[in-house]
Design a protein around this ligand. Structure first.
Ligand code: SIN
Length: 290
């Protein structure tokens, strides 16, 4: 018999002033009904990041939820799990010093159509530390000066995975030191151009779309000119007032919206193990905000 869940059971509790909510009342080991998916999406669009604690999920459950939110997408340059081409493992063992994603970024912004959402499920959490922090990029845009906002509305930025995943890039240089299995490639140097300010595909709100891992320069500007503007944007975009931080426990699933957030994985749990599995939901090509 298929269990039926009603939307009334879904409770959304705001957890931060700039982003973040806890969603309870859903059992993710079962197929959500249409009303529950709608409720979860609504929570995501309002709060940008949602955390669903105390879930017991298999990889099938994670993939099914990913499909229900819009369909699975590949994660280039990270080795997927055997037999699960859409699932990656993010793992730091107790003896390792480096962790994965210890820099502000928006997932896969170097793709033509980056993922709309990311799902990250915690299989093992350290006793302290290892939090993930998100920053609200609607706020980042809205708090720039009117003059810079106007300029950015007409600006394109170049994105590439090269400095992270390119042959000879950062992750290539440290890949023997991390259990998260990366696959550096010369293909990572491929460039994609996106507007500096995008209109969120569902809410229509304008969000800053620049991140220090994947944005490489301003279209039509020299690298030196680009660096000045981009460094300013990167600092501004992650102002503490725009952020929310999640302390993980085994069984927590977080889902975030890549069209209006950046995130950062803390590396402050030396000597402990942290293991997560991650999927991405197919997105669309970012469009310029008006
Ligand atoms: C990621 O950026 O996908 C990983 C975030 C984390 O491990 O907290």
């Amino acid at each position: 018999m298929v269990a039926v869940h009603t939307r009334e059971r879904l409770t959304v509790t705001q957890a931060g002033g700039s982003a973040g909510a806890y969603v309870t009342g859903l059992d993710l080991s079962r197929t959500l009904d249409a009303a529950e998916v709608m409720g979860l999406r609504a929570a995501l669009l309002s709060h940008l990041v949602v955390a669903l604690p105390d879930q017991t999920m298999t990889l099938d459950d994670l993939e099914r939820l990913t499909d229900q939110l819009g369909g699975r997408d590949m994660t280039p340059f990270v080795k997927p799990l055997d037999g699960r081409p859409f699932v990656i493992r993010i793992l730091k063992e107790p003896h390792e010093r480096l962790n994965f994603a210890n820099a502000w970024h928006t997932d896969l912004s170097y793709l033509k159509a980056p993922p709309s959402f990311t799902l990250l499920y915690c299989l093992e959490a350290p006793p302290y530390g290892g939090d993930t922090i998100w920053a609200n990029q609607y706020m980042a845009y809205e708090t720039l000066s009117p003059g810079l906002r106007d300029t950015l509305l007409q600006t394109d930025l170049i994105h590439s995975a090269g400095s992270a995943y390119g042959t000879g890039g950062y992750l290539d240089s440290v890949k023997g030191k991390m259990s998260t299995v990366v696959e550096p490639s010369k293909d990572a140097y491929r460039e994609e151009t996106h507007p500096a300010v995008i209109a969120h595909a569902e809410t229509g709100r304008a969000a800053l779309y620049a991140n220090p891992v994947y944005t490489s320069r301003v279209a039509g500007w020299s690298q030196a000119e680009s660096n000045g503007l981009l460094q300013h944007l990167y600092r501004h975009a992650v102002n503490e007032n725009f952020t929310w931080r999640l302390s993980w426990r085994k069984g927590t699933l977080a889902i975030w919206d890549n069209r209006c957030t950046q995130h950062f994985a803390m590396n402050d749990y030396q000597g402990f193990r942290r293991e997560m599995v991650r999927t991405s939901v197919k997105g669309s090509e970012p469009q310029r905000a008006a």
